[in-house]
Design a protein around this ligand. Structure first.
Ligand code: FAD
Ligand code: NAP
Ligand code: SF4
Length: 675
C-alpha cells in the first residue's frame, strides 16, 4: 500500500461490515438505469469500478414510487418484478470484491413529470411541472414506499441504500418554509418539517434490519435564499443518526442554486469545510464530497479530520482504476476528471447516456474496447493534441510501433491554451496523464518537429494518423490587419499586451474563455476558496440561511464587449450545465454582449458595426480580439493520399465545426482501436 494516501486507503469498520478503504463512488445517473435491457451494461460499468478498488458505490437514483419519478418511466424500484434486473449488478460487483448501495431518490417538484408531488404545490424555477401537494395520508404512504424500496434493494443483493435528502429534491422540499407551507404534522415548525426524513430513515431501518448500510445524503449547504440554518442542519443530522443511519453523506446546493457546485471553476474540495463542521456534531462516519478528484486532496481531507470518507463520482467515470493506481504508487497515471461536465452531466440533461470526455469507454464498457493487435504496424501520429494523444497511446498499448510528432515544444495542442483560462486549470491534468501514458506505453515522442509528407512517405510508415488540429479563422474585414487586432493565440500564447477597452469578435466557447481571462485579475477564483466564496456569495461563517449571501465579486480588470452576428442568445452553444456559469460570471464583470451585428471595419477608434438597417455604431476600444472560429488543418493529406499511404483523420483535422475535446479524444480512441 502506498503510504502517501494511508488515510484514504485505510479500512472503515461500520460494525456489521468493513469497507476496504475510504473511497465512495457517489451516485450518478448514467442513463443505463431506466431500461431493464441496459442492466448488463450497467453491471459491467459497476464491475469495472469495483475491480478498480473503490470500497463502496452508490447507484444512480431509483424512485420509490411513480410520483417520485425523475422522468416518466424512468428508474424506479417499487415492485418485486423490478428486483431481478438488479441481481446482475450486485452479483457483478460482489464478484469483484466491491460493495454497492442503491440510491432512493424521490424527485418531488424536480420531477419532469405531470405526476410530480411535493410538500406544497409550488413550482420550482427549473422545472415545467407544478407539483401536487401530497395529502397527509400521502406522506405516510410515501414513507412506506421508501421502506418498501429499501426492502426490495436488500432482496436484490445491495449492501445498503442511500436516501437522497439533498440537492433540492423531495425531502429538501419539506425542510424549508418557502417550499413547505403545510399546516399538518409535516409543516410549520422545524421539528415538523424535519419529521419526514427522520421517519423515512426509521422506516428503512425497521424494514432492512441492523446489518444494512443506510447512507443519508444531508443537505449541509442549501445555497439558496431561505435555505436551512446551520442549527437546523445539525439538528437534522443528529436526528438522522438517532433514527438509525450508518453514514452521513454531504449534499451541496439545491439544483436551482445560482452558485456553481461541481463545475471545473469550483476550487478543489471547496466545500469540505462544511462536512468538517458536521463531523463535530455526529458520531457516525461522514463523507466529504464535490470537486474532489485527486488522491492527495482526498487523503488530506480525512487526515485533517473533516471527514471519514470521500465521495468522488465523476473521477470514477474518468478512471475506474483511480484507487488501484493510488494504492500501487501510480497516481501519476490517474486519468483525472477535469470537471468539464461535457460528457457526463451535459449528456444526462440532454437525455443521452453519460460517458466521459477524457475516457470515452465510461458507460460503454461492453461496447468500446480494444484488443492487442495480431499484426504490429509502424504508425505515425502527426499532432499531439487531444486527438493525437488518444490515438497514439491506444495504438501503442495495442502493440503497434508508434511515432508521435508535434511541431510544438510540448504535447497538448489547444489544451495548452485552455489550461491558462481562469477556471480551466484542471485541463493541465489531462496533459500530465498523457505525458506519463506516452512513457508507459512506449510511444516515441518527437517534439519541435513539423513533419512533412515527404518525411512520412520516406520513413516507410504503414499507417498515418493526421491529428493536426485547426488554424484560427482569419477575418475578412476592412482593418483586420490593424495593430490593435489580436488573435486569441496572440493573447494567451504570445502574451501580447491587451488594452483596457476590449472588443471580442465571436462569442463561441473561445470568445467566452478569452473574456473570462481578460476580465479577471490576480489569482483565479477556482484556485482560492475564499475568493470563490466571495465571488459567488457562499457564506462560510454560516450566519445566513442556506449559507447564501450577496455575491461581492472583484471588479473587472477591463471593460469588455463581446459581439456575434447571430441574433440568438450569447453562449447558446455552451455546455448545458455550465453555460449559465460563464454567462453569470461575465455579467458580474459587466461584460457587454451584443448580438445580431454586421461588422463594417476596424480603425483607430475601434470596432464598427451595424445592427440590421440601423445607424452605424462603434465599440471604442484599444484592442480587438478575434475568436471567430476555426478551420481544419490537414496540409499533409493530399500528398499522403497521392502516395497511397493509408491515412486517418481525427479531431480538428477531420472536421473543425462542432469540434471539442470530447470528440477529438473519442475519435483518436476509435481510429486507434481499428488499426
Ligand atoms: P489540437 O488541439 O489543435 O492539436 C493539434 C496539434 O497538431 C497541435 O499540437 C499542433 O502543434 C500539431 N500540428 C499541427 N500541424 C502539425 C504538423 N505538420 N506537424 C506536427 N505537428 C503538427 N474543448 C473542450 O472540449 N472543452 C473546453 O472547455 C475547451 N476549452 C477550450 C478553451 C480554449 C481557449 C481553446 C483554444 C480550446 C478549447 N477547447 C475546449 C477545444 C479543444 O482544445 C479542441 O477541441 C481540441 O484540442 C482539439 O484537439 P485536436 O487534437 O483535434 O487538435
Ligand atoms: P465556435 O464556438 O464555433 O464560435 C465561433 C464564433 O465566431 C461564433 O460566435 C461565430 O458567431 C463567430 N464567427 C464565425 N465565423 C465568423 C466570421 N467569419 N467573422 C466573424 N465572426 C465569426 O468556435 P470557437 O469559439 O473558436 O471554439 C472552437 C471549438 O472549441 C468549439 O467548437 C468549441 O466547442 C470548443 N470549445 C469548447 C469550450 C467549452 O467550454 N465546451 C470552450 C472553448 C472552446 P457568429 O457567426 O454569430 O458571428
Ligand atoms: Fe469529469 Fe468531464 Fe469526464 Fe464528466 S466528462 S467525468 S466532468 S472529465
Amino acid at each position: 500500500m502506498s503510504s502517501n494516501y494511508k488515510h484514504l486507503l485505510e479500512p472503515l469498520d461500520l460494525g456489521f461490515t468493513t469497507l476496504k478503504n475510504r473511497a465512495l463512488m457517489g451516485s450518478m445517473h448514467t442513463g443505463l438505469e431506466d431500461r431493464a435491457r441496459d442492466f448488463p451494461k450497467l453491471a459491467a460499468y459497476f464491475a469495472e469500478r469495483a475491480r478498480g478498488g473503490v470500497a463502496l458505490m452508490v447507484t444512480g437514483g431509483f424512485a420509490p414510487n411513480i410520483e417520485g419519478w425523475l422522468s416518466p418511466f424512468g428508474s424506479k424500484l417499487s415492485k418485486k418484478s423490478e428486483v431481478k434486473r438488479h441481481l446482475q449488478v450486485t452479483k457483478a460487483v460482489h464478484d469483484e470484491g466491491g460493495k454497492i448501495c442503491l440510491q432512493i431518490l424521490h424527485a418531488g417538484r424536480y420531477g419532469y413529470s405531470p405526476l410530480c408531488v411535493s410538500a406544497s404545490n409550488i413550482k420550482s424555477p427549473i422545472s415545467p411541472f407544478k407539483p401536487r401537494a401530497l395529502s397527509t395520508k400521502g406522506v405516510y404512504r410515501t414513507i412506506k414506499d421508501y421502506a418498501n424500496s429499501a426492502a426490495l434493494a436488500q432482496q436484490a443483493g445491495y449492501d445498503g441504500v442511500e436516501i437522497m435528502g439533498s440537492e433540492g429534491y423531495f425531502i429538501n422540499q419539506f425542510l424549508v418554509t418557502h417550499t413547505n407551507k403545510r399546516t399538518d404534522e409535516w409543516g410549520g415548525s422545524f421539528d415538523n418539517r424535519m419529521r419526514l426524513p427522520v421517519e423515512i430513515v426509521k422506516a428503512v431501518r425497521a424494514a432492512a434490519g441492523p446489518n444494512f448500510i443506510i447512507i443519508y445524503r444531508l443537505s449541509m449547504l442549501d445555497l439558496i435564499e431561505q435555505g436551512s440554518t446551520w442549527e437546523e442542519v445539525v439538528k437534522l443530522g443528529q436526528a438522522i443518526e438517532a433514527a438509525g443511519a450508518t453514514i452521513i453523506n454531504t449534499g451541496i446546493g439545491w439544483h436551482e442554486a445560482r452558485v456553481p457546485t461541481i463545475a471545473t471553476s469550483v476550487p478543489r474540495a471547496a466545500f469540505s469545510w462544511v462536512t468538517g463542521r458536521m463531523n463535530d456534531h455526529v458520531s457516525i462516519p461522514v463523507v466529504a464530497t464535490n470537486r474532489i478528484n485527486d488522491p492527495q486532496v482526498a487523503n488530506d481531507i480525512i487526515e485533517r479530520g473533516d471527514s471519514d470518507m470521500i465521495s468522488m463520482a465523476r473521477p470514477f467515470l474518468a478512471d475506474s482504476d483511480f484507487v488501484k493506481k493510488a494504492a500501487s504508487g501510480n497516481a501519476e497515471l490517474i486519468n483525472t476528471c477535469i470537471g468539464c461536465n461535457q460528457a457526463c452531466l451535459d449528456h444526462t440533461f440532454s437525455g443521452k447516456r453519460s460517458t466521459c470526455l477524457v475516457n470515452p469507454r465510461a458507460c460503454y464498457e461492453t461496447e468500446l474496447n480494444y484488443t492487442p493487435t495480431t499484426l504490429s504496424k509502424k504508425v505515425a501520429v502527426v499532432g499531439a493534441g487531444p486527438a493525437g494523444l488518444s490515438a497514439a497511446t491506444v495504438l501503442a498499448d495495442r502493440g503497434h510501433e508508434v511515432d508521435l510528432f508535434d511541431k510544438d515544444e510540448q504535447i497538448g495542442g489547444q489544451f495548452n491554451i485552455a489550461k491558462k483560462i481562469p477556471g480551466k486549470e484542471e485541463f493541465y491534468e489531462t496533459l500530465r496523464y498523457f505525458e506519463n501514458l506516452i512513457k508507459k506505453n512506449g510511444v516515441k515522442l518527437h517534439l519541435n518537429q513539423t513533419i512533412s509528407a515527404e518525411q512520412l512517405i520516406s520513413s516507410g510508415y504503414d499507417e498515418v494518423v493526421l491529428a493536426t488540429g485547426i488554424r484560427p479563422r482569419q477575418l475578412d474585414l476592412d482593418g483586420a490587419d490593424h495593430s490593435k487586432v489580436l488573435s486569441y493565440i496572440d493573447v494567451v500564447v504570445h502574451k501580447k499586451p491587451v488594452g483596457h477597452r476590449v472588443a471580442i469578435i465571436g462569442a463561441g466557447g473561445i470568445g467566452f474563455d478569452i473574456a473570462e481571462l481578460l476580465a479577471h485579475q490576480g489569482v483565479s477564483p477556482s484556485l482560492d476558496v475564499q475568493k470563490f466564496n466571495k465571488e459567488w456569495g457562499v457564506d462560510e461563517s454560516y450566519d445566513s440561511r442556506g449559507a447564501y449571501i450577496m455575491a461581492s465579486p472583484e471588479p473587472a480588470a477591463r471593460q469588455i464587449t463581446m459581439l456575434q452576428r447571430k441574433q440568438s442568445k450569447m453562449g447558446k452553444g455552451l455546455g448545458k450545465t455550465t453555460g449559465w456559469i460563464h454567462r453569470a460570471s461575465l455579467k458580474m464583470k459587466n461584460v457587454q454582449m451584443i448580438s445580431g451585428v454586421n461588422y463594417t471595419k476596424i480603425d483607430d477608434r475601434g470596432l464598427h458595426f451595424t445592427i440590421q438597417d440601423g445607424e452605424p455604431q462603434v465599440v471604442e476600444c484599444d484592442t480587438v480580439v478575434v475568436c471567430a472560429g476555426q478551420l481544419s488543418r490537414r496540409d499533409l493529406l493530399d500528398e499522403l493520399q497521392t502516395h497511397n499511404i493509408s491515412t486517418h483523420l481525427v479531431g480538428g483535422s477531420k472536421l473543425a465545426g462542432e469540434l471539442d475535446a470530447k470528440r477529438a479524444i473519442r475519435e483518436g480512441f476509435e481510429v486507434a482501436s481499428l488499426i
